[in-house]
Ligand binder design. Sequence first.
Ligand code: SF4
Ligand code: SF4
Length: 215
Amino acid sequence: MELDNIRVSDSMLQRLAELKADNHAESRSRLAAIEEAMTPQWKSSMHSRMDHLGKEASSPRSKLPKLYMLMEEVGALRSEHVSCKAGCSACCRTIPVEISDLEARHIAAATGRAAAALPPGRHTALGQVDTPCPFLVENRCSIYEHRPYSCRSLAVVDRDALACSEENTALTRAKDPRAVPVVMTKMLAFDPLYRDITGRKAGSWADIRQFFPAV
Ligand code: SF4
Ligand code: SF4
């Protein structure tokens, strides 16, 4: 069958059916392993450093990379339990990536590529995206060290990246019952600090593709 010009083969449908039959058992066990790895002592230390960063008398521009460093620690801790890995990039082609103007300026400074100046407010067009992230190069993130908050926060805890595939995304968009939900984990505990640093109320927000349109 074909959906949105994407061919969904019988073997792909079979693999999706097998994943569905698993009923997220593996995802649940991966989520439990991540929770177990975050010991009370580890959580206490992390919360204290988050609190310290929030109160630090420094500019948002200097706080942002420090926030990213804390998130890296969570990323390292959960890395063996998630399906996300280098070269796996369907998400960078199929989902919106909302960023703040502070993050756009951070990426611009790191890459030398100019970011569009957008007026304050939220410009993100949520929903389907038809173009890959402009920083996806040969299936890898070319700004990995400077990637924005949302790319750091989210990770998939399925046994592989099957649910992220273009085929499953096409089935999901078509509301086909054979589509399988993507099971993910997010670093939600960082959200309030992220909002404080990036100035959720005052800044401008848009998809990374709007700040850095294709050239
Ligand atoms: S598993 Fe999914 S979310 Fe994770 S890197 Fe691969 S395509 Fe992206
Ligand atoms: S910034 Fe990097 S990780 Fe995020 S969507 Fe773009 S290519 Fe993917």
